[in-house]
Design a protein around this ligand. Sequence first.
Ligand code: B12
Ligand code: SF4
Ligand code: SF4
Length: 347
Amino acid sequence: MTALSRSVINGFAEQVSLKLLGVVGLGKEPDYDYFQEWIKQGNHGGMSFLENYREVRQDSSSIYPDARSAVIFALPYYLGDRSRSSKPMIAQYARIRDYHKMLKKKGEYILSSMKKINPDLTGKVVVDSAPLMERSLASRTVRGFIGKNTLYIHPELGSFLLLGEIVTNQPIALDLPANVDSKTRTPDGGCGTCKRCQINCPTGALDNEWKMDARKCISYWTIEHRGTIPVKYWQYLGRYWYGCDICQLVCPWNRKIPNSEFFQKETEVNKLDLFDVAIMDQNFYESSFGGTPMTRAKIHGLRRNALIAMTVTEHPRLMEAINAVQNSDYQVIRDTVKQIDQWRLEY
Ligand code: B12
Ligand code: SF4
Ligand code: SF4
């Protein structure tokens, strides 16, 4: 009988064109103390959801009863966009539709194929839905490392990857970890003396090596933060008004990566006029952003971001937008309009 080995699972992953990173054991998480300290220092800003389910982060085997190992897979999403557009942009992962559904379906296929070989196997596909330390797990597969930009980087696939896992009740033949020393640069990975992500991060969110201060990250402000955005960060929304790709685009490990084979076609979100976004109603929101990761910021978060990006890039229809939204039902929109005067005075 065929046993479930890395190469057998790899074969299933290849059938659905997923990149198998490896299979790692679940249990006490060696990076948990780092995570705990990171939270204690307040680096997570308002992302209080990261304070929950600490027991799962601390011991990944507590995610489900009998959880023993995780098959880690990756979905490359690089769209090949290296433009430095004068128009505010959207991070590349957010321009694609339904990646959750797609990853989940592909993961389910791998899981059911594994079950056919080992009927005792039970498992669950996890895509952005569990409090696992996904990058730490990925960094313990056969390839890859954590870069100074804090992302998991694969030496051939780069870092434009969305990670997913199949958590199983079987130990499965485990990988030997890559053990790349992130401080040394070798063909297998590592940053060495490079500091490009730190130097190019516009807000200094990566100033402390291998550590992110989310309270300074544009991705945090534009995606996760509810409420108004402090005026001192507004200028950076002139480049990215949703998410941010700068610390990936400058990384030498992403220089030669292929474009994603999954997403040849992006949605139209990056082409929308910010005026239309700033004043949009529910119908416009659903038809333009439904099924994309951008719904994470909700309608008022996107309208807030668009209004700020219009302000800092002096969009010709800014006054028209202000007049249209100043009595908005959303407090955050009314408050953002009020901040525009402060921006004009100070910048
Ligand atoms: C909260 C969160 C954010 C926050 C905080 C980001 C951060 N750096 O922690 C914000 C909103 C800023 C964010 C932004 C983005 N995110 Co995000 N995010 C998450 C989430 C939900 C939790 C991360 C977390 O717990 N962070 C706290 C830190 C302390 O813990 P950790 O990341 O688990 O692991 C750290 C330790 O293990 C430690 N560590 C491990 N080894 C070593 C070695 C050394 C030497 C040291 C010192 C430390 C160290 O470093 C790790 C990274 O900080 C994960 C999903 C998940 N469940 O993991 C996605 C995730 C990390 N995000 C992802 C993505 C795609 C992004 C963006 C690229 C989106 C965008 N374009 O805007 C940016 C990238 C910004 C960046 N440079 O990190 C992907 C990353 C894939 C990858 N290749 O790594 C993930 C894994 C989601 C997924 N399932 O694919 N994100
Ligand atoms: S996503 Fe942008 S703001 Fe955040 S750390 Fe990277 S470069 Fe800095
Ligand atoms: S840009 Fe340089 S320092 Fe930053 S993650 Fe990439 S290799 Fe490491």
